[in-house]
Design a protein around this ligand. Structure first.
Ligand SMILES: [Zn+2]
Length: 83
């Protein structure tokens, strides 16, 4: 079943797009949500960045954001709270 837009019900959805921000003409970086997995560790604090992905409706322009790997994101989130 094809995905539909939550705003206009169109099926013109472009999925799984990377979102980048430009630093200057030559450099850009991908937007992500960082999670500090071992906040109390003295060394090896182990921060992991979870890339954001966008789905864009080709009819009305609505943009939806999601995390590339939600299962791993949730695991890291639980680890960040584990003290
Ligand atoms: Zn739409």
């Amino acid at each position: 079943m094809k995905k539909r837009c939550g705003a206009c019900d169109s099926q013109k959805i472009i999925e799984n797009l990377a979102i980048t921000d430009r630093i200057d003409a030559l450099n850009s970086f991908e937007l992500s949500i960082p999670i500090q997995r071992k906040p109390d560790a003295l060394f090896f604090k182990d921060k992991r960045n979870h890339p954001l992905r966008a789905s864009v409706c080709g009819n009305c322009g609505k943009v939806e954001l999601s995390i590339e790997n939600p299962a791993r994101f949730y695991e890291d989130f639980l680890e960040s709270k584990n003290r």
